[in-house]
Write a protein that binds this ligand. Structure first.
Ligand code: GUN
Ligand code: FE
Length: 455
């Protein structure tokens, strides 16, 4: 009897550990009706041939062509969906000015559901086309438009974790863009949570509500306290920005006389399902608190180059046991691609290790042991993101979701430089990570469903 909904045959890359990529050569991936990988079968396994005989030639059998490979879908741990409308602009001003002169004005327009729909449709489709199968989104302060974003993720087949943003501190938010008051912010958040939980009941790949204080400056103590309670009541995800820039880190020091991590923890906002963006200024005590509470760091390397006044010591944080994933931070980061962000994560880490000021002698210039490899960046974009969200995603192995991107390295218009049909597959993997463009991503599947195709 044929029991699998789909069977795929091809070579896949998946993280074995943060440092090591596993090559699953010519495997069969047997997908069940829930869109999970029920079996991953190697050619040397006893029933490989029998399974091939059974499924080959059927409509639900998919064999990759020569030059094509499976990668896990990417998990983007930090996207501002409304900021897609301004991606690539205003990257030459500091965070505070960028928020007040560009970002708050554009986000305020999402009170208009028609305007919101246009941009939200595009951002979800664009991320899928870039291989992002799961995204952790900030929407805006508007409850209805935030629910709309969750609905569009559900419709388009992306696994969306969506937050209605809370901004109720009148000292740090403009009059035209803030919650009406603290009570309204909390009531809207609770209604939003309930609406997304309802939507989730009919969404195969999952949609999830996220408690979302924008960052400490935007929120009053009462709002932060109330949001911590809501996170506990609904066992909900939490996201925010944490210790991002000199200005923001300093603001929290002035207000609470402690770092963001401990301030957020005081309000019950550091939990196993918490993901904090940036975290460039985390010290070792902050990192220990993250590791203890299961809070993950969303590393946003492109955005950090513009707004964070620093390179995050990501290798050091990882060595302290902190969970780490990768974030595009659209539009602090201009690129919707986690390939681009993985590349930048490696480049930034190399610059931190070697240092940048040639007026200093080489042995004083950098921070030793700061580099990460492309394998580690890949891990952050996939399995690390999945672990950060405590979801079975980001690995192509049994009991994980069938969330994949099919990469074509032989596409005539974007051919990767592979000239030896027996090239070492570790080298092929590195070429994919460094050279793939969106057109090489031929298909994207989420939870066993095809959600994007270029064919
Ligand atoms: N801090 C508060 N809001 C934002 C935002 O929209 N982007 C970034 N990068 N940092 C923030
Ligand atoms: Fe951000």
């Amino acid at each position: 009897m044929k029991k699998y909904t789909q069977v795929f045959q091809g070579t896949a890359f998946s993280s074995k550990s943060p440092e090591e990529v596993q090559i699953l050569k010519d495997h069969l991936f047997c997908i069940n009706a829930d869109g999970m990988i029920e079996r991953a079968v190697a050619p040397e396994d006893a029933d490989y041939e029998a399974l091939l005989d059974l499924y080959q030639g059927e409509d639900n059998f998919h064999r990759l062509a020569d030059g094509q490979y499976f990668l896990p879908g990417f998990v983007d741990l930090h996207v501002h969906a409304p900021q897609w409308a301004q991606a690539g602009t205003a990257l030459d001003i500091p965070l505070y000015d960028w928020l007040n002169t560009y970002t708050f004005p554009i986000e305020s327009k999402f009170s208009d559901l028609g305007f919101a729909k246009n941009i939200y449709q595009d951002v979800v489709s664009t991320l899928l086309a870039n291989g992002t199968t799961t995204a952790l989104y900030f929407a805006t302060v508007h409850k209805e438009a935030s629910v709309l974003l969750a609905k569009l993720c559900a419709e388009k087949g992306q696994r969306g974790l969506v937050g209605k943003v809370v901004m109720d501190n009148i000292e740090q938010t403009p009059e035209y863009y803030r919650d009406a008051d603290t009570q309204t912010a909390l009531a809207d958040t609770e209604e939003f949570i309930l609406a997304v939980k309802e939507l989730a009941k009919s969404t195969k790949q999952g949609v999830y509500p996220v408690v979302t204080p924008r960052f400490i400056p935007s929120c009053t103590d009462d709002a932060l306290k109330g949001l911590g309670k809501l996170a506990e009541k609904y066992d909900a995800y939490v996201q925010s920005h944490c210790s991002e820039s000199d200005w923001e880190h300093g603001y929290v020091q002035d207000r609470f006389h402690k770092n963001d991590a401990f301030a957020l923890h005081d309000f019950g906002l550091l939990r196993d399902k918490s993901v904090m963006a940036h975290c460039n200024f985390l010290n070792d005590d902050d990192a220990a608190l993250f590791a203890e509470t299961g809070t993950a760091v969303s590393h946003c390397p492109i955005s950090n180059a513009y707004f964070a006044n620093s390179v995050i010591p990501i290798a050091h944080l990882h060595s302290k046991g902190v969970e780490i994933g990768l974030g595009s931070d659209i539009s602090g980061g201009f690129s919707p691609s986690l390939f681009d962000n993985a590349r930048q994560a490696v480049i930034s880490s190399r610059m931190l290790e070697d240092g940048v000021n040639t007026a200093l002698p080489a042995d004083e210039r950098g921070v030793p042991h700061s580099r990460i490899t492309i394998n580690e960046a890949f891990y952050f974009a996939t399995a690390g993101g999945g672990e950060s969200l405590s979801l079975p995603i980001g690995r192509l192995t049994e009991n994980y979701a069938w969330d994949v991107q099919i990469i074509d390295t032989a596409l005539p218009s974007a051919k990767l430089p592979i000239y030896d049909s027996n090239e070492d597959l570790h080298d092929v993997f590195q070429k994919i990570m460094y050279l793939v463009r969106p057109e090489n991503i031929r298909e994207v599947w989420v939870q066993g469903e095809k959600v994007h195709s270029r064919v």
